[in-house]
Design a protein around this ligand. Structure first.
Ligand SMILES: [Zn+2]
Length: 78
């Protein structure tokens, strides 16, 4: 139901909906790709233990989700 409403809203706004598997998007560094639970120091704070990239955890995850969605869209277009 939610996806049907989302698709209709997106279509009327000239946008596309791409479904993305969210697995590990909240624990993967959007800069270097290092994936580890220790990257999430708190619910809100993301600090990569490999490269030091620091961001709000939701913003870091959103970048990862966007990247996965764009890659999937490119695959479907090819
Ligand atoms: Zn990193």
């Amino acid at each position: 139901m939610f996806l049907a409403v989302l698709r209709a809203k997106a279509e009327s706004a000239g946008r596309t909906v791409v479904e993305v598997n969210p697995a590990n998007t909240s624990r993967t560094c959007a800069v270097c790709g290092h994936c580890h639970a220790d990257n999430r120091r708190t619910q809100a704070a993301f600090t990569c233990v490999a490269c030091g990239h620091a961001a709000h955890a939701d913003v870091n995850a959103a970048v990862n989700i966007l990247r996965v969605g764009l890659a999937r869209q490119a695959d479907e277009a090819a």
